[in-house]
Ligand binder design. Structure first.
Ligand SMILES: [Zn+2]
Length: 295
């Protein structure tokens, strides 16, 4: 069933687990992800970004079709929209939530641009995630050190000033392949969880390590974004199979198998396996049509 992101994250926060936000930008990865969620009886969040596909209006209809038929709660997010046009594309395509990433801007500008998008998005029933501090790429992180970690006092006022529904925080993870030993600032996370009134999000889940992810989910992280590790799992699965001769016809099923196994692992690590019961009956078609018409 298709549900609001806030319903999945609200339940996760109340019950002390996290939910993986799984990068899925085509029918194959989407099917693998939802089948894995059904097998694990877990809620799941689908992530799609401008960096993955151009045909998002059509692709979001595929997400809705899969989600409405799924036996578990599914929420869809348009990830990392970094300017007004990209954010509006996500709303126009019908995503129930968008990430409005202005984290590389100065604080005041970040607040102003996020607040503007929250105002627009909420009018048409779309929820918003924003980021404070900055989760860089693996390469940048090694260069930047701790310079962009989220400041708890700033985070609390950022949420109030912008009206966002969830907040991505920088506590030591990095996007893409992690360079060096991941050192998460759990002390900072606990302080953020105590001060911030909305669910917290962890970007750069790949390469962070199972123990770190599990502990972060017990310490206040409600959503864990993962992309790189899932793509890697597809490749590993194909290499392991060998794809010799006519085995190449099994290309998609073998790829899906690797993706699905990694998804199942992530549900366990985040602690959301078996938690699908916590959601409601899903969004009515009327809600979705209304949101789209207004958009
Ligand atoms: Zn991210």
């Amino acid at each position: 069933m298709l549900v609001k992101l806030s319903e999945i994250l609200g339940n996760a926060r109340k019950r002390g687990y996290g939910v993986p936000a799984i990068s899925a930008a085509n029918e194959f990865t989407l099917r693998a992800c939802i089948e894995a969620a059904e097998e694990a009886k877990s809620p799941v969040i689908i992530l799609t970004g401008y960096y993955q596909t151009d045909g998002i209006n059509y692709y979001n209809r595929i997400i809705e079709d899969f989600s409405c038929r799924a036996s578990v709660p599914v929420a869809a997010m348009w990830d990392h929209s970094s300017n007004f046009k990209e954010s509006m594309r996500g709303i126009r395509a019908g995503f129930g939530s968008i990430m409005v990433d202005r984290s590389s801007l100065p604080y005041e500008q970040n607040v102003a641009e996020v607040n503007e998008m929250v105002h627009i998005a909420h009018v048409v029933g779309v929820e918003v995630e924003a980021e404070l501090g900055h989760v860089g790429s693996g390469v940048n992180y090694a260069v930047d050190g701790n310079s962009a970690l989220t400041v708890p006092a700033e985070a609390a006022s950022f949420v109030k000033e912008t009206g966002i529904d969830c907040l991505a925080v920088a506590i030591g993870t990095a996007h893409g392949v992690y360079k060096g030993e991941p050192k998460l600032r759990f002390d900072l996370l606990e302080e953020l969880a105590a001060k911030v009134s909305v669910p917290l999000v962890l970007h750069g889940g790949s390469g962070t390590g199972d123990d770190n992810i599990a502990r972060a989910c017990r310490s206040g992280i409600c959503k864990v974004n993962v992309a790189n590790e899932l793509m890697r799992a597809c490749l590993d699965s194909l290499l392991e199979d060998g794809m010799e001769g006519n085995n190449i016809y099994r290309f998609w099923p073998v790829m899906e198998k690797g993706y699905k196994q990694k998804c199942l692992h992530l549900f366990d690590v985040c602690g959301c396996s078996g938690k699908a019961w916590a959601a409601s009956q899903g969004l009515s078609p009327k809600f979705r049509m209304q949101a789209k018409t207004e958009a």
